[in-house]
Design a binder for this molecule. Structure first.
Ligand code: ADP
Ligand code: MG
Length: 344
């Protein structure tokens, strides 16, 4: 079977089935944002790993190595945040082509440590080797939580309200601007001056969100410790796909109001320069690293007391359908159009 017809998530489902014999200490194995492993009666070790591959996740013509170091920690911290955990340790493995100067690798670690230190996650190991084919980064983060605070993707129930932190779509729009900027800089048509004036304040903000995302670790921890949410995930693939993951694992459906999906002023202002409508970036773009979570009626008071900047975008429903109500009040299927490594 071709990978393109299975898709990234179809492949992970098959890997999960093949590897279903786990330890009795595995509370959550393959299929959530991080594994949750019992290390004492109350404590859970959280473990997550993510790769960033040159030519797939990044391009060295549109990112500096400091930002890349920052982002490779951010994407993993975001998975710990989605479990409501506290990050503790990091491990990093690099496969480095000979064309990358040593000083740039040290810059990678400056960016890496800047964000890791903010979240008190210590770098304790890794691996280094040569690469014949681009820069490859793998980061693992270990964190912890208490059994009673654990939030998975699978606890959403019909009637629960759906919330998302921050704004969505900025990162994907920022990536498009970066790529357009790098193309225009290369082309002879635009002078260097035009290329330099390409970026407005709003566009810088979108690019910043793409290059240096801020993982929502504090918010994730607060939501978990208040025990007000029934399910949580971080938005790495795009709202439509990540809400799809919550619904699939919770065996439920969802209805989202398009007018309530939070879009930043920067994204709305930059829309003239973008290929798609702002909502499209929010639904399909990915790499937002915001938190998407569901709150049952019984948790609403405790959640409101946390004062976390989050927008209510819809409701969990019975049945397995994902729907979106558009600006004209019309209900349409919400297809999971987020990032899939193989389905293209
Ligand atoms: P996220 O976007 O939150 O990082 P992924 O979609 O990458 O999550 O992964 C979903 C789940 O599948 C996670 O539990 C992850 O550990 C697991 N997973 C992904 N790829 C593999 C693999 N090759 N082998 C085993 N588990 C995997
Ligand atoms: Mg995740």
């Amino acid at each position: 079977m071709k990978l393109s017809s299975l898709g990234e998530f179809g492949l992970i489902r098959k890997i999960r089935k093949l590897s279903s014999r786990t330890s009795p200490l595995t509370v959550i194995g393959i299929g959530d944002d991080a594994a949750a492993l019992r290390i004492s009666p109350a404590s859970l070790l959280l473990a997550t790993t993510d790769m960033l591959v040159e030519g797939i996740h990044f391009n060295l013509s549109t990112t500096d190595l400091y930002s890349l170091g920052w982002k490779s920690v951010a994407v993993n911290l975001s998975d710990i945040a989605a479990m409501g955990g506290v990050p503790r340790f990091c491990l990093t493995s690099l496969s480095i082509p000979s064309s990358v100067p040593a000083e740039q690798i040290l810059d990678f670690y400056r960016g890496f440590n800047a964000l890791a230190k903010t979240h008190h996650a210590a770098l304790v190991g890794g691996d280094t080797c040569a690469s014949g084919n681009g820069l490859i980064i793998s980061v693992t983060i270990l964190g912890e939580t208490n059994r009673k605070w654990l939030i998975t993707r699978s606890g959403a129930k019909p009637g629960d309200r759906i919330f998302v932190t921050g704004t969505l779509g900025d990162s994907a729009a920022g990536m498009e601007l970066l790529q357009a900027g790098s193309r225009s800089q290369k082309s002879e048509v635009r002078s260097q001056k035009v290329a330099a004036s390409f970026i407005s304040r709003e566009e810088k903000r979108l690019i910043q969100k793409h290059l240096r995302p801020e993982p929502r670790v504090e918010w994730g921890k607060k939501i978990a410790q208040a025990r007000c949410a029934s399910a949580m995930i971080d938005i790495s693939d795009g709202l439509s796909s990540d809400l799809g993951h919550i619904c699939e694992q919770s065996k439920a459906g969802a209805i989202v109001h398009s007018g309530k999906v939070p879009l930043s002023a920067a994204l709305l202002k930059a829309k003239e320069r973008l290929k798609h409508a702002p909502l499209q970036y929010a639904l399909s773009g990915g790499e937002d690293y915001e938190l998407l979570f569901t709150v049952p009626p019984s948790g609403m008071k405790r959640f409101a007391a946390l004062n976390i900047p989050a927008m209510e975008i819809g409701t969990i429903t019975r049945g397995r359908k994902l729907l979106i109500i558009d600006e004209d009040g019309e209900k349409k299927p919400l297809k999971p159009t987020g990032y899939d490594h193989f389905a293209r």
